[in-house]
Design a protein around this ligand. Structure first.
Ligand code: HEC
Ligand code: HEC
Length: 345
């Protein structure tokens, strides 16, 4: 029996280097490793890296691809140009994002975290799988305006990529499937679950009286759509934003159904401190403006969510308590997690 033990350990620790003479300390702390676990009390994710096993080499390749400007026609724009770590992977201070040649799109760059729980991608759910999503920004003429074959032609002789594709996928072959799966490993591993609110839920921190009172304002007025713990139910809804000249019909643009006109995916309320401006077109710079919208700015239209027919009226006290509660949803440790940064070691 004693002789069998190291062998059994070897087969369980699939990727660990194994030699019969070395004893493995399975309790040794993981330093910079990457892994994915469903946080306690959260629902099962939609995407669980099935058919795309998350591993260090795949994640690191995904990170290099994410920050590579060669994904754009003129080699100036990377995914990370519009999805910046310090902005919870939204585009800092840009209401709508700029792509190649300074061309502007029509929508605000969304935050990227807890993506594995999303049922659909983009503000209108136009893409339904995290692994097929990157084709859109790459080919979009006002974003990267490039093609995957061109990208591969640009990176195929890069020695770092040759090494990294081999490490992640077994050989140097670079194809779109490997690129997209690697990007999905990098983005899917971005889990934000360490805000003060999360610590409170785990019994590791206490909320102040103000924060607790703000939490009940949230529960009574916001939770139906911005549902905890992800702070979105990932449905598509019309929250009463007055139309602009762009006339973005949102979900209706995808389904062509009258009942989906002007509906957009409910965004998370996590990490709002970093991700201003807000809404699908970045029309609000501050959370005070967002609350003013819900109280006096609701535009009535046939698809307006019935919950918002009369807006959300809050006293000054309730508003400031709510803002304090929203502040507990900011996850500094996610923002400063170097594993997701461009120059991570
Ligand atoms: C020019 C700016 C820009 C670039 C470059 C860009 N994105 Fe985006 N990204 C956006 C915008 C804007 C949206 C929202 C699009 C929409 O709703 O129609 C978006 C949406 C997304 C989403 C969906 C998030 C959600 O909540 O549904 C993901 C994931 C994403 N981008 C990843 C990437 C990746 C990977 C790359 C590089 C291959 C990339 N982006 C390049 C601006 C950009
Ligand atoms: C009926 C559903 C619903 C309710 C109730 C609701 N929201 Fe929203 N919220 C949405 C939708 C949908 C959007 C996205 C709208 C868009 O961009 O077109 C949104 C967007 C937001 C945003 C912008 C986030 C970002 O990343 O751009 C914030 C902040 C926000 N809501 C806060 C709140 C607060 C605070 C409450 C409660 C006082 C609340 N919402 C109540 C549906 C709702």
């Amino acid at each position: 029996m004693r002789k069998l033990m190291p062998l059994m350990l070897c087969s369980t620790l699939l990727f660990a280097a194994c030699s019969p003479d070395t004893s493995i300390d399975i309790n040794a702390p993981q330093e910079t490793g990457i892994s994915f676990t469903v946080p306690q009390g959260w629902p099962q994710p939609v995407y669980n890296f099935e058919n795309n096993a998350l591993n260090q080499a795949g994640f690191e390749l995904g990170r290099k691809l994410f920050y590579d400007t060669r994904f754009s026609r003129d080699n100036t724009i990377s995914c990370g140009s519009c999805h910046q770590a310090g902005a919870a992977f939204a585009h800092s201070e840009h209401s709508i994002s700029h792509g190649v040649d300074g061309l502007v799109g029509t929508r605000n760059s969304p935050t990227l975290f807890n993506l594995n729980w999303h049922k659909g991608f983009f503000w209108d759910g136009g893409v339904n799988h995290i692994e097929s999503q990157p084709i859109n920004p790459i080919q979009n003429p006002v974003e990267m305006d490039e093609t995957v074959p061109n990208v591969i032609a640009k990176i195929k002789d890069d020695a770092d990529y040759k090494r990294m594709f081999s490490a992640a996928w077994g050989d140097e072959l670079m194809n779109s499937q490997r690129i997209f799966k690697s990007l999905a490993q990098f983005m899917g591993a971005m889990v934000s679950d360490n805000s003060k609110y999360d610590k409170y839920k785990r019994g590791e921190a206490a909320l102040t009286d103000t924060e607790l009172s703000g939490m009940s304002v949230y529960q009574n007025n916001c939770a139906a759509c911005h549902t905890a713990p992800l702070f979105s139910d990932f449905s598509y809804r019309n929250n009463g934003l007055p139309p602009t000249s762009v006339n973005d019909s949102g979900r209706g643009h995808i389904t062509f159904l009258a009942q989906d006109m002007y509906k957009f995916k409910v965004p998370s309320l996590r990490n709002l401190k970093y991700s201003a401006p807000y809404m699908h077109d970045g029309r609000f710079k501050t959370l005070e403006q967002v609350l003013a919208h819900y109280s006096t700015g609701i535009h009535r239209s046939p698809t307006l969510d019935p919950i918002l027919l009369n807006g959300i009226q809050l006293s000054a006290q309730q508003q400031s308590d709510l803002l304090e509660f929203l502040n507990t949803l900011n996850d500094e440790s996610f923002i400063s997690d170097v594993r997701f940064h461009e120059n991570a070691q």
